[in-house]
Design a protein around this ligand. Structure first.
Ligand code: ADP
Ligand code: MG
Length: 320
């Protein structure tokens, strides 16, 4: 695909806003409150957030399915207002809803989409894409006979047929069983390794943590974090160490209490500490200096769950 310059992000938004007009009798809904987000080229990017956070709204604006209320957005360097056709051609979107015409076959669905995007007949890799999605033997059956997992994979095939540099999957694991999920992820990982930028929306932490290299968190229409995964995890900079000592600890000595130690449920001396501020050796030495013999130690790293909870909890007025 031709590109205007080489210095753009796969997706870039600035102050992106969306207010849905309420239905009769309801107030309006501010679904996006000014999102500034950059998705680096080539990344496997998670847009993580609870239900109703605004993830689908964000995706659908980029896909040209929802009209934004304000702000700007570029896809692959193309502004969605000034170059809507090019912007749309740069992404394939696998929607959250399994909306398929029941009386078309997978082959027809994919062919029709290829036609919409002006892919010349000779260059259409329809069967290749269906095959990659494990649907080769279903190419000519009515779509209504496909299972939920097959429909999801057909929507991926449909989104990929014009070979967009950016593929967006909106809550892709809904209705997909475990085995097919693994197969789907394998294919998506391969696409990513071959250079396709992948954006995945999900409200499952494990999914974002396992698959993605960059995580953005959106909550109530606001972006609360966007960082490489490891950085996001380390941002909390919190570790816990639990030290089992040979002696029975009835009361913690003041010297340890002063360092923030506490006895945990297993009678161990536990410290919550910041690795960047405190060396683990200091804590062990303090325990030794207090007259204890160290029998065992275990440490716990904060995982994404902690990060997610701490970030979403720290938003003022989180309750509505
Ligand atoms: P997510 O995908 O993160 O679950 P959505 O973008 O679907 O969130 O929705 C964000 C908010 O906007 C929700 O409060 C939702 O109810 C509201 N919303 C979404 N679509 C519409 C619509 N067409 N009309 C009115 N409100 C909507
Ligand atoms: Mg959604």
């Amino acid at each position: 695909m031709t590109t205007p310059t080489d210095t753009f992000d796969a997706i870039n938004t600035c102050g992106l806003r969306k207010t849905y007009r309420g239905k009769k009798g309801e107030g309006s809904k501010e679904a996006l409150k000014g999102i500034d987000l950059a998705v680096p080229k080539g990344s496997f990017f998670a847009l993580l957030g609870p239900n109703g956070a605004g993830k689908s709204t964000f995706i659908n604006i980029l896909a040209g399915l929802v009209i934004k209320s304000g702000g700007e957005a570029q896809v692959w360097g193309r502004d969605i207002d000034r170059e809507p056709r090019q912007a749309r051609a740069a992404i394939g979107v696998v929607p959250q809803e399994l909306n398929l015409d029941a009386f078309f076959t997978p082959r027809e669905v994919v062919e029709f989409q290829a036609g919409l995007y002006g892919v010349p007949r000779k260059e259409r890799a329809t069967m290749e894409v269906l095959d990659a999605m494990g649907l080769a033997d279903k190419a000519d059956v009515y779509s209504r006979t496909l299972s939920g997992g097959m429909r999801r994979r057909l929507l991926v095939a449909k989104a990929m047929i014009h070979r967009p540099p950016v593929l967006i999957l909106d809550e892709p694991t809904a209705g997909v069983d475990v085995e097919l999920r693994q197969q789907l992820w394998r294919y998506i990982r391969e696409l990513n390794q071959d250079g396709t930028t992948i954006v995945l929306t999900t409200h499952y932490l494990e999914e974002a943590e396992e698959l993605c290299d960059h995580i953005a968190i959106i909550s109530q229409g606001e972006l609360v974090a966007s960082e490489p995964k490891e950085l996001l995890i380390s941002r909390l900079d919190q570790k816990t160490i639990a030290i089992r000592v040979a002696e029975e600890v009835a009361v913690l000595p003041d010297s340890l209490a002063a360092r923030g130690a506490a006895l945990d449920d297993f009678g161990r001396i536990a410290f919550a500490y910041q690795p960047s501020e405190t060396a683990i050796g200091e804590l062990l030495a303090a325990v030794g200096d207090a007259g204890f013999t160290i029998a065992d130690i275990s440490t716990e790293e904060s995982d994404l769950e902690d990060v997610f909870l701490s970030i979403t909890r720290s938003i003022p007025d989180a309750a509505e």
